[in-house]
Design a binder for this molecule. Structure first.
Ligand SMILES: NC(=O)c1ccc[n+]([C@@H]2O[C@H](COP(=O)([O-])OP(=O)(O)OC[C@H]3O[C@@H](n4cnc5c(N)ncnc54)[C@H](O)[C@@H]3O)[C@@H](O)[C@H]2O)c1
Length: 401
């Protein structure tokens, strides 16, 4: 039976990913994690906040109050412990700082802040108000990524050496999808290097350690305008990048992606150590690689991922299993939510806090900065602010410069 104090949560931003979080909260409840309640929902679109509150009440019987702004939430809810922020990127630091100043711990979707400076603002606010700022990053917590971590760290694959993650495909630029906040530089801040790339950077840092520097080409090969009302709006996001990562321990990584290669596409993820490789040629994005692909050792021994997973699980004590897969949950997103609930309930740190999120954030920004300058970029220089030409306009829009 879990111990600790009950935790009251608010869901801030009730769009697509909030729905995915709700399914995971439900899974946790069904599995026996009963130390939390969702007491409020917030969305600037009040109908969404209301629909979300009704949905939660309908399933749980809890009294859930909808709000249209965090300010109203803080004025009315006197017993709130934590907030789960699922808003557009540009609002992460705005909402997080408001909530932290109101004494509320936060769990914030990736990327933690829209720029490095925005993220540093969240970290400073958490410190000032003595509250937890956690980064909602699910990939490394899934059973597939934990298994790959074990395959390297147990010595099975030897010393980590290099990896390739490549996806090349085609999306028709004449499609003109509807405008979305991700297209807006102020709200989105970036393209896929930062967006789904946040998952991949966190995952590879988890497997292989810190990244010292990167070199990248980042391009827009096709204009991809979006339909906004009766006009077409430019989308400044990249549709191609290729990048080389230099890890502090000598590991070399190559990460490339495009949706602007007409004809037959391909995907490949290869993670290599001195004794063998893990290979998956069916990836949506590299961090999404779960229990697929196979492991081949230097002597020809081959394991499918499910077999490797069983080998990994066989090494865990009941206590370690409970820590990594509480209540037997193996879905990374459910575990990310549980980590926040458990941390608030028993008063411990989270696995991925905002400082950890900043390290991943800075690597994604280093790719953009290298693409802009044509130079090799040190991640430390992006964190210190010495290199920030790519992010400067977004910082200016938010008054962060
Ligand atoms: N972890 C993942 O796999 C994953 C997947 C998709 C999205 N995300 C992340 O989740 C976040 C949200 O993305 P989404 O796809 O759900 O977007 P979305 O547009 O579907 O939802 C965002 C919601 O925020 C609301 N909102 C806007 N301004 C607000 C404000 N001031 N206060 C409260 N609510 C406000 C919007 O009305 C909308 O309902 C982003 O950070 C995104 O990167 C994560």
């Amino acid at each position: 039976m879990p111990t600790g104090k009950p935790v009251n949560l608010a869901l801030v931003g009730c769009g697509g990913i909030a729905g995915a979080h709700l399914r995971r909260y439900e899974e946790l409840l069904n599995r026996g994690e009963d130390r939390f309640r969702i007491v409020a929902t917030v969305d600037s679109d009040f109908d969404r906040a209301t629909a979300c509150a009704d949905q939660i009440s309908g399933k749980t019987g809890w009294r859930v109050t909808p709000y249209r702004a965090v300010e109203h939430l803080l004025n009315s809810e006197t017993d709130l412990d934590g907030a789960d922020i699922c808003s557009p990127h540009g609002l992460h630091h705005v909402l997080a700082c408001e909530l932290l100043a109101g004494g509320v711990h936060i769990l914030c979707e990736k990327p933690i802040g829209v720029t490095v400076k925005a993220t540093q603002k969240i970290i400073a606010a958490a410190k000032r108000h003595n509250r937890i700022a956690a980064n909602a990053e699910q990939c490394r917590r899934s059973i597939g990524q934990r298994t790959i971590y074990w395959a390297f760290h147990s010595g099975l694959l030897g010393d980590p050496r290099l990896w390739y993650a490549i996806k090349s495909g085609w999306q028709d630029p004449s499609d003109h999808p509807d405008w979305h906040w991700r297209v807006d530089r102020k709200l989105g801040g970036c393209g896929m290097v930062m967006d789904s790339g946040a998952h991949w950077v966190d995952t590879m840092r988890y497997w292989f350690g810190e990244i010292d520097s990167v070199y990248a080409r980042v391009e827009q090969l096709e204009a991809r305008p979006h339909q906004k009302d009766d006009r077409l709006v430019r989308d400044a996001r990249e549709d191609f990048w290729t990048s080389i990562f230099n890890f502090a321990n000598g590991v070399i990584g190559t990460w490339s992606w495009t949706i602007s290669a007409p004809g037959k596409g391909f995907t490949q993820l290869t993670l290599t150590g001195s004794k063998g490789s893990l290979v998956d040629s069916d990836i949506f994005h590299p961090a999404a690689s779960q229990a697929r692909g196979e492991c081949q050792l230097i002597d020809g021994t081959t394991y499918g991922m499910p077999q490797l997973q069983d080998m990994f699980l066989g090494t865990l004590s009941p206590r370690e299993k409970d820590r990594l897969f509480p209540f037997g949950v193996t879905d990374g997103m459910a575990i990310e939510l549980w980590d926040f609930i458990d941390a608030l309930s028993i008063g411990r740190d989270v696995e991925i806090d905002a400082t950890e999120g900043l390290k991943s954030k800075a690597v994604s920004e280093a790719i953009y900065e290298s693409g802009k300058s044509g130079q090799v970029v040190k991640v430390a220089d992006v964190i210190s602010g010495k290199v920030n030409a790519y992010q400067r306009d977004v910082d200016q829009m938010w008054g962060l410069d």
